[in-house]
Design a protein around this ligand. Sequence first.
Ligand SMILES: CC[C@H](C(=O)O)C(=O)SCCNC(=O)CCNC(=O)[C@H](O)C(C)(C)COP(=O)(O)OP(=O)(O)OC[C@H]1O[C@@H](n2cnc3c(N)ncnc32)[C@H](O)[C@@H]1OP(=O)(O)O
Ligand SMILES: [Co+2]
Length: 136
Amino acid sequence: MIGRLNHIAIAVPDLAAAVETYRDQLGARIGPAQALPEHGVTVVFIDTGNTKVELLEPLGAASPIAAFLEKNPAGGMHHLCFEVPDIAAAMARLQAGGARVLGDGRPRIGAHGNPVIFLHPKDFTGTLIELEQVPA
Ligand SMILES: CC[C@H](C(=O)O)C(=O)SCCNC(=O)CCNC(=O)[C@H](O)C(C)(C)COP(=O)(O)OP(=O)(O)OC[C@H]1O[C@@H](n2cnc3c(N)ncnc32)[C@H](O)[C@@H]1OP(=O)(O)O
Ligand SMILES: [Co+2]
């Protein structure tokens, strides 16, 4: 079911500082900042050629990553995003297997304009998993 690793996400307390570190220390090419108020984050993507790194900071008082940053104040690995060709079929298969889809259980549009879902970390070896529908 899962295909390519679309991105590895790192939650950070200060996106501007993280961008400076990745750009100046690691020579990364940073994409534009995207405010995603519907997701409670502001993100940038770094394209490494074989995948992407998503740096994300909280946006708004109800950010879903606020509690994560309280536990990890310097930031940390937040989620992995895998590509699937059909998010509805993936959801049905996963829910049939007992996996919990986070939020209201329906796909939402993510930063790339594609439908995404999130799976509970406790069901996937302590790792928050995002699935993004990308046509095969
Ligand atoms: C979609 C736009 C963009 C894109 O790529 O296109 C994004 O990726 S936006 C990313 C931000 N949005 C989300 O992360 C949505 C899904 N996340 C959530 O719903 C919450 O973050 C949730 C439910 C995973 C955790 O929420 P919270 O930390 O407030 O709840 P708990 O404290 O009850 O956590 C439960 C349990 O899970 C552990 N946890 C939390 N976050 C993570 C994580 N990132 N990786 C691994 N484990 C995580 C937390 O420590 C708790 O464990 P416990 O042992 O009970 O303490
Ligand atoms: Co993501």
